[in-house]
Write a protein of this length. Structure first.
Length: 131
């Protein structure tokens, strides 16, 4: 009789743990969010990284007067049309990534908010020491 109780206990434990492993929980569900919707460097979700905004507020300490060096990050791989649109708006394209969805650029500070609102642009981020 004791063997039956032990076997039933083991079977119960196996089935209960297998069921728990197979059912999704909040911790292991795949998120449907885009990276830019949960980007820790854009707390107010305006499409401009908080670090870039801070650097712009420092005057000419980090950038030449009137301009900023930024990564323009897209929800798609940038096309020739994306590059042309930047250049038509007085933005110098300095780097075009081959495998990721971004373009490095130097742009007038006054167009930053406008570019952040363009369709397909998901984030303007500080280049830092890149390039």
């Amino acid at each position: 009789m004791q063997n039956k109780v032990v076997v039933l206990g083991i079977v119960f434990l196996l089935f209960s743990s297998a069921g728990a492993a197979g059912s999704p929980t909040e911790d292991n569900e795949i998120s449907e969010d885009n990276w830019w919707d949960v980007y820790s460097r854009d707390k107010n979700h305006d499409g401009i990284s908080d670090f870039l905004i801070w650097k712009l507020q420092q005057g000419d300490r980090f950038f030449d007067a009137g301009e900023a060096r930024v990564f323009v990050r897209y929800d798609h791989h940038p096309t020739d049309d994306d590059v042309q649109r930047l250049e038509k708006n007085g933005i110098e394209v300095t780097f075009r990534a081959q495998y990721i969805d971004l373009i490095g650029a130097t742009m007038p500070r006054e167009v930053i908010k406008e570019v952040a609102d363009w369709e397909g642009v998901v984030m303007l981020d500080d280049i830092g020491k890149a390039e």
